[in-house]
Design a protein around this ligand. Structure first.
Ligand code: ATP
Length: 789
């Protein structure tokens, strides 16, 4: 079903009802309805095949033109091949599960048609319903992943993002508009497998082509929610709910904020919104859409959704640890260190660290000569420590980033050497003097004495190098004085001391935001760009240098690279926004300075210990732009039995916050187990095995972060349906069944531990087992202290 989150509010004709002949359980009716949809799908495929032939013909025709051989014909051919290829590609890739919805509509208020061929009116005409509550269906629309027009321009399929498709998602029994019946069609390949209907105007007796409208099935939403989960997320185009649809189609002005509890579809909505925005204004979003996800696990979980919606190239989904080119991090610091690295106090520390690292090159420091000596104009010229100090101070007088000050420092050194050589006094003609000076500069600046000195005295710093310099406890103590407490500085230095002096070595996710800040503080000197040969350019000439297939194959790689290099996006979507630290907000903010934003999150799931500081940083990143807020209120993931248990932890973590309402109940209450004689590992293995037997799909085993390695070993050999996870890694993911190991350990791991536990308890779509360890103080029923009513 499409809109409206609660199925029970829609009247469904059942076996006991008088409407026997309209009933879903009646196999004859069901078969007839499926046959009808099959005929429509066949017609759609015939039309798609015609389109494919058209595209192929265009390509063949273009190839013939190439044989004519004039440059004009070649260029024309190329353009045709390109268009046909794009068309073919799209058609082929979107063939699967192509058509999924249908609405049957009353006559509309006016007769205007939109660009997709459908009538535009939302409200029914005054005489659409007769006084005896009967009506005729005036229009039937099929909704799919891509719009298809018949040869005579009547719509065979409407793109799900088109305005005409909105009633499929928006109509509710309270506000049905023109919609009498909404149908979800399930198909595999070219075969229709089933239909699920909702009747939005149950009071009406509606006729279509002289026959009473039939209603079939138990509702598509329930069917979708009950299905087993795999390792990747699926799109929800067939069952987007009304409150979700409002967010997806909200105009992209400034900032759209979406809040909602676990399982309310925030991530799904964010992804569908990206596809919608591209559809609705492709030109505007050619600048790219960035989706920021908290973890690489969530990135790979969600990656398939946009391609399934027909959108790829323009959207980059990046984990927080992968936003900076050349840095790829997926490990986490312990919470106390992460808190320091994430705090906005780091901006000051990093500023000082940049200056401090540069000063490591001051004369007298390790490996830096006290003076600069060069041989020029046949004489030795020397600048002593005091002169060098003055030049350094003068160069640093500028406000530009230190790497950009390096050319200035170099020039000041050359000026001083020239003055000292006394050569300037020999010239009265300024032109001759300038010429001599130029020769002097060229000679000196290519001398290894000079270049070697400059590299030591004013090195071009890399962000990694500065970060590595902060790994020295004494130094960092100086640079962070009165900003960090000495204990914090020691912790931070210890964490960064893993890096080698040049900064190579493993980075944590929180280091990446520091690197990005340093990149800005240091500045990137301009470098000459090597122009990449574009195969498309080559084809405007006479020679056929590449085939079309080559170019098609080369295109994705180029598009990828472009996305990586891009630093500023047209729209930025932040998922799990409650978890960004102030430093991460600064990093993400830099990627969308001109962008519109969609920010989705749930404060109750925040694993950041100081939500107020993070909120302030978010405000800074988003600036004074106006914000439009939406709330999602229905939990589609957890059955009521699991939602009820997790609500107990929510009440402890965030007193007064209301959990979202679960839409379904399975009758399966969570299981409580207690580790006994054999120890925690054995109990985990046993409980995981039990869950694997009970569900078809995936089992997530959530342990405290400190137990991740152990958990991997415990579960070894149980197959890839079972996934061990540290509590922070579970964010955003879901499993058919979840085993939460020792709630007390998870809750005690950080100041935000209760919220992290709430996240862990809300991952399951079917079954939940809670396993108590020593610290959980389980009662006689095995219920741990934290989960008792
Ligand atoms: N309208 C819908 N139709 C079918 N399934 C839906 C719908 N909305 C959400 N779901 C499903 O509910 C589950 C939860 O969705 P999603 O992960 O987007 O929620 P979330 O709000 O991001 O959760 P969390 O805050 O826990 O990360 C997913 O399996 C999603 O496919």
């Amino acid at each position: 079903m499409g809109a409206q989150e609660t199925v029970p509010s829609v009247r469904r004709t059942t076996g006991e009802d008088s409407g026997e002949d309209r009933r879903g359980g009646h196999d004859g009716v069901r078969d007839r309805e499926i046959r009808g949809e099959q005929q429509h799908l066949d017609a759609v495929y015939r039309r798609l095949e015609e389109k494919i032939h058209e595209a192929e013909f265009l390509m063949a025709d273009a190839a013939k033109r190439a044989q004519v051989g004039t440059p004009g014909a070649l260029a024309e051919r190329d353009a045709q091949v390109f268009r046909a290829g794009v068309h073919l590609n799209r058609l082929n890739s979107e063939f699967e599960d192509f058509l999924f919805g249908r609405v049957d509509l009353l006559l509309g208020k006016d007769g205007e048609r939109g660009p997709d061929g459908a009538y535009t009116s939302v409200e029914p005409a005054d005489d659409a319903v007769r006084p005896d509550n009967t009506a005729d269906i005036a229009e039937t629309l099929h909704i799919g992943r891509l719009g298809v027009l018949d040869a005579d321009y009547t719509p065979l399929v409407i793109d799900w993002r088109a305005p005409a498709a909105a009633p499929f998602y928006r109509a509710t029994p309270v506000a049905p508009g023109r919609v009498v019946r909404r149908r979800v069609i399930r198909s595999r390949g070219r075969k229709v497998l089933g239909v699920e209907d909702d009747l939005l105007r149950p009071e009406l007796t509606a006729h279509l082509d002289g026959e009473e409208l039939a209603v079939v099935g138990d509702g598509a939403l329930m069917a979708a929610l009950g299905r087993a989960r795999g390792h990747s997320m699926r799109d929800i185009v067939a069952s987007i709910q009304a409150e979700q649809d409002e967010v997806i189609r909200a105009p992209a002005v400034s900032v759209t904020e979406v809040e909602g509890g676990p399982g309310t579809g925030k991530t799904a909505v964010a992804l569908h919104r990206a596809a919608y925005l591209l559809y609705q204004d492709r030109r505007r979003y050619a600048g790219g859409i960035l989706i920021v996800s908290p973890t690489p696990l969530l990135v790979s979980y969600t990656e398939g959704v946009l391609p399934s919606l027909g959108e790829e190239g323009q959207v980059a989904i990046r984990a927080l640890g992968s936003l900076v080119e050349g840095a790829e991090a997926d490990t986490y610091d312990e919470q106390a260190v992460a808190r320091i690295k994430g705090s906005s106090r780091m901006v000051k520390v990093l500023r000082r660290a940049v200056r401090g690292t540069l000063d490591l090159g001051a004369p007298g420091s390790d490996g830096v000569p006290e003076s600069l000596r060069v041989v020029a104009l046949g004489a030795r010229i020397e600048l002593d420590a005091e002169e060098l100090r003055r030049i350094r101070a003068q160069a640093l007088g500028g406000t530009a980033p230190v790497n950009l000050l390096r050319p200035r420092a170099r020039r000041l050194l050359l000026d001083a050497l020239w003055r000292k050589s006394g050569a300037g006094r020999r010239y009265t003609d300024p032109e001759l003097e300038a010429e001599a000076r130029q020769g002097f500069d060229e000679d000196v600046s290519t001398e290894t004495d000079f270049t070697g000195f400059l590299d030591a005295w004013w090195p071009e710093l890399t962000p990694r190098r500065v970060l590595a310099a902060m790994g020295d406890e004494r130094r960092l103590g100086r640079w962070s004085r009165r900003v960090l407490q000495p204990r914090e500085a020691r912790r931070l230095a210890r964490s960064l001391s893993r890096l080698d002096a040049d900064g190579s070595g493993p980075l944590s996710v929180h280091d990446v935001a520091l690197l990005d800040e340093l990149r800005v503080l240091l500045g990137t000197p301009a470098r000459p760009r090597v122009k990449e040969a574009d195969p498309l350019d080559q084809l405007t000439g006479l020679e056929e240098l590449t085939t079309y297939a080559d170019r098609l194959a080369a295109r994705p790689a180029r598009a990828d690279r472009r996305a990586e290099e891009r630093a500023d996006y047209a729209h930025v979507i932040v998922d799990e926004a409650q978890d960004l630290t102030p430093m991460q907000w600064r990093m993400v903010g830099r990627r969308g300075r001109q962008a519109t934003w969609t920010v989705v999150g749930d404060p109750a799931q925040s694993s950041w210990s100081d939500p107020e500081e993070a909120a302030a940083a978010r405000d800074e990143a988003l600036g004074a732009r106006p914000r439009r807020r939406f709330e999602l209120t229905v939990n589609y993931r957890n059955p009521a039995e699991i939602a009820e248990l997790s609500a107990r932890v929510l009440a402890l973590a965030m007193p007064g916050v209301r959990p979202p309402r679960a839409v379904r109940s399975t009758g399966l209450v969570p299981r409580f187990a207690v580790a006994s004689g054999g120890g925690l590992g054995e109990a985990v293995r046993e409980e995981a095995r039990r869950l694997l037997d009970e569900v078809e799909g995936t089992v997530g085993v959530v342990v405290a972060m400190g137990r991740r390695e152990e958990a991997r070993a415990w579960l070894d050999g149980l197959g890839d349906r079972v996934v061990p996870l540290g509590s922070l890694e579970a964010k955003g993911l879901e499993y058919d069944a979840t085993l939460v190991v020792s709630p007390a350990e998870i809750a005690d791991e950080s100041p935000a531990g209760l919220r992290v536990l709430y996240v862990a308890l809300t991952r399951a779509t079917q079954r939940l087992t809670v396993l108590s360890g020593e610290r959980d103080l389980p009662d006689g029923d095995g219920v741990p202290d934290l989960l008792r009513e």
